[in-house]
Design a protein around this ligand. Sequence first.
Ligand code: FES
Length: 322
Amino acid sequence: MNTDTIFSRLIVTRSEPAAQGIQLFEFRHPEGAALPPATPGAHIKVKTPSGHTRQYSLCNAPDETDRYVIAVKREAQGRGGSMSMVDQLKVGDTVEVGGVENLFELDERARSFILVAGGIGITPVLAMARTLLAEGERKFKLYYLTRDPESTAFLDEIKNSDLKSHVVIHHDRGDPSNSYDLWPALEKPGTLTGQHVYCCGPRGLMDAVRDMTGHWPSSTVHFESFGGDTKIHADDQAFTVRLAKSGMDLEIPVGRSILEVAREHGIHAASSCESGTCGTCKTALLEGEADHRDMVLLDEEKSSHIMICVSRAKAGRLVIDL
Ligand code: FES
């Protein structure tokens, strides 16, 4: 579903650091009206002060309809959306928020869960853990993997709540050789026990979990990552994209996506994650060579398709079916 047009204006009622480089925001309706309900793993879209649209997982308990809570990691190498959120959005400001979506839903058929969160990937996973804890019926274990305690959001809450006995927290101190070994947890597929795996985090963690769960039924392993490559690369350059349906040529500057620029020109394009992970913005690539930065295209699709929310041109001009 494309929620571009479903924006409501909410008020920032709380803003505080959740950890080093991570800011927590609470949004409420200006008249105190109930907000559309969410389910664990859901996200909302937020129009950032810089004018970008960004997707953030809700990290409060999904049955709270009086508020939305998100945590934003300030990405200094990003395209500016998260920096503007952390640096500019203040308590009392109005913020435009899109409808609730969930591409990372807890499976009703699952009997138990292995939850894996890396860094800011804790946000949807924490909502899941809170729900499962409150439900009290299905077992779960949360592996929360971060660099160090200072950069670990919600650390105190986890340590000082009933979640504690369900959570393994590991800090690798930035040393890959000190990564947590998830293999003992993932070695036996939960086929017979109805166990499902949910993983949200950076690309390296997602790849590792994907590798370690290759022998699990694919329907029992779920990923959500905002870890498509949305960073600006040092050698990024502006390029031209021709929209085949209208013949329009768009100039895509460094730091902007094809999707963003197309929208500015009134072109409708479906999107959801806007970080190269959901597949919604998949568009046929008719000419040119893409620099693929998404996490969803199969190798055999890369010469014929492009994810316009993150990917760029390798060189020269692209022609896409938009
Ligand atoms: Fe999700 Fe582009 S909008 S991959």
